[in-house]
Design a protein around this ligand. Structure first.
Ligand code: ATP
Ligand code: MG
Length: 448
């Protein structure tokens, strides 16, 4: 590959949207990322005036006419399906005589959105109550209660099935409280090895154990000072750690592993569990005294199937939000389809609904819900993508779609799918795809 080819390749794949226009503003070339970002095909843009993309082109046009560069200007782009905010930088390119020749435009996701992404990794809470969607009376009362207790120093215990919004609530409470500008530090006992929980929570002093960092390290409690600590999946916390935690709550101080000092920490504790902790107490897995210490302000989030009136609202909300993010068209939901969504029991709750809408937007239609067949275990949802769980289902739906396109002609369908006829027959048998209605379709083994 020569140098020029190499540069072209880099520009093509750089993670910023890039367009080059001539002096008149006609697009000469764009990179792949720009097409992805805006949802256009190459032919939709090239040789067209770049200003078909902008909502307010005049200001920018003027700047460029004045031979000025534009740096990180916020612009609204008329993307294929939506208006999306980007930051734009643009630079005129001069020829050897110093005349302005082409203009290079660089589009990036807005700083605001990037800041959001940064906040997630920097001990910050991003959710706020206004992003918790509900019209259910009981749920609205719960939000009201959560707001009222946001400034209390007492411990909150949030329980609810997986995907009901426990973390969303915890973050919203923090952001509603006077601690909002202080850290929100989360630790998930179910997600880190048991042997590391202690040092994660309490930190350690220099040389506390082999492999410890030379200068020691603060624990999450110290990091959360003045803010909130979110103890997620508290039911997974080992028994001896529960004892230490209880002491922290009672004394308001922490000491690092291998350390002698007791540090006073001012931390608001919010704990969450998708297990019934009372049951865990009865079984002897969870300390009774700790349970009562945590359960001072209980918030029990009801599963989605107990507030079905929220389903249409959430469908609309996620449809809007996700289509905007993916820059894809919304799916219309027929009355029958909505009935189906209402009758489904949503074992993965709001997260499952959200993922289902994302899947539908990606597919361009709503696949059938398979009811009890999809089993959601709390951990699965953390570890797998919904699409992963649904792969068989997606395959089945796709096969049916293609069969319909080709009026159930097996040879044509198999060819379109890029598989052999026998493989297609096998899959149709496996998924119990009924094609009796078609004259072309006979499920008998034929050689490919
Ligand atoms: N009422 C709601 N309105 C809008 N979005 C919601 C609502 N409840 C939950 N969500 C969405 O569902 C997703 C899952 O919520 P969250 O992570 O808080 O669940 P969780 O109860 O902590 O589940 P898990 O027990 O599996 O950790 C969130 O990312 C959020 O997008
Ligand atoms: Mg959670």
């Amino acid at each position: 590959m020569d140098y020029r080819e190499y540069v072209n390749k880099v520009i093509k794949n750089i993670p910023l949207g890039i367009a080059i226009t001539d002096g008149e503003g006609y697009v000469k070339n764009v990179n792949n990322k720009l097409l992805d970002m805006f949802g256009y095909k190459y032919a939709n843009i090239v040789a067209k005036p770049i200003f078909i993309l902008f909502k307010e082109p005049n200001e920018i046009k003027k700047l460029l006419m004045d031979k000025k560069s534009i740096i990180d200007e916020e612009v609204f782009i008329n993307a294929k399906t939506n208006r999306i905010r980007f930051t734009l930088s643009a630079y005129p390119i001069y020829n050897a005589n110093g005349e302005k020749k082409d203009i290079i435009y660089i589009f990036d996701v807005t700083k605001k959105e990037r800041k959001m992404a940064d906040r997630i990794s920097q001990n910050k809470a991003i959710y706020t109550f206004d992003k918790i969607i509900s019209q259910n009376e009981r749920f609205i009362r719960l939000i009201h209660f959560a707001k009222e207790i946001s400034d209390s120093k007492s411990t909150i215990l949030i329980t609810g099935e997986s995907g009901t919004g426990k973390e969303v609530f915890a973050q919203s409470i923090h952001n509603y409280s006077s601690r909002r500008n202080e850290p929100f530090v989360a630790i998930n006992s179910g997600a880190i090895p048991k042997s590391l929980i202690e040092s994660e929570l309490f930190g350690y002093e220099e040389g506390a154990f082999t492999g410890a960092k030379k200068e020691g390290r603060p624990g999450k409690f110290e990091l959360a000072h003045r803010g909130t600590i979110f103890l997620d999946e508290i039911g997974e916390m080992p028994y001896d750690m529960q004892t230490r935690l209880l002491r922290v709550i009672e004394e308001g101080t922490v000491s690092r592993i291998g350390g002698l000092d007791q540090k006073v920490v001012d931390v608001r504790i919010i704990a969450a569990s998708n297990r019934d902790l009372k049951e865990e107490v009865e079984k002897g897995y969870f300390r009774k005294d700790l349970f009562y210490r945590l359960n001072v302000l209980p918030i029990r989030i009801p599963p989605l199937r107990e507030r079905k009136d929220d389903i249409p609202l959430l469908v609309d909300y996620f449809m809007e939000k996700i289509s905007l993010r993916l820059n894809k068209k919304k799916i219309s939901v027929s009355k029958e389809k909505m009935d189906e969504l209402m009758n489904y029991n949503w074992p993965g709750n709001v997260r499952e609904l959200e993922n289902f809408i994302e899947l539908s937007i990606n597919l361009g239609y709503m696949p059938k819900l398979e009811g009890e067949k999809i089993e959601f275990k709390p951990k699965d949802i953390e570890n797998y993508k919904y699409e992963h769980l649904m792969l068989d289902h997606v395959e089945k739906m796709h096969i049916i779609k293609v069969l319909k396109i080709f009026s159930y002609n097996i040879t044509k369908t198999a060819k379109a799918l890029g598989i052999g006829r026998n493989t297609l027959y096998r899959k149709m048998t496996k998924y119990e795809i009924d094609c009796a209605e078609s004259e072309h379709c006979s499920i008998t083994e034929q050689s490919d």
